[in-house]
Design a protein around this ligand. Structure first.
Ligand SMILES: [Zn+2]
Length: 78
């Protein structure tokens, strides 16, 4: 089985988190991450990102703001 080498496997980690890997590769990654704080932290931060983006979007883009921005952009172009 291919050895999972720390940080050379970022692409593999992304595919792992998207569920795009075969079970044996997933098992190899899980075995590595279990003993690797860096990869564990990488996965944890990756999983946290979408929630942060959603929260930010909810706070900073209230209903109607997108339409207002589009109107402002059209006006600025004229
Ligand atoms: Zn690692």
């Amino acid at each position: 089985m291919k050895e999972i080498v720390c940080m050379s496997g970022v692409e593999l980690l992304m595919e792992y988190m998207e569920g795009a890997l075969t079970p044996d590769v997933r098992a190899a990654i899980e075995a590595h991450v279990a003993g690797c704080p860096r990869c564990d932290a990488f996965i944890a931060s990756y999983r946290e990102t979408p929630r942060i983006v959603r929260d930010a979007t909810r706070v900073e883009m209230p209903a109607g703001l997108e339409a207002s921005l589009l109107t402002a952009l059209r006006n600025a172009r004229n």
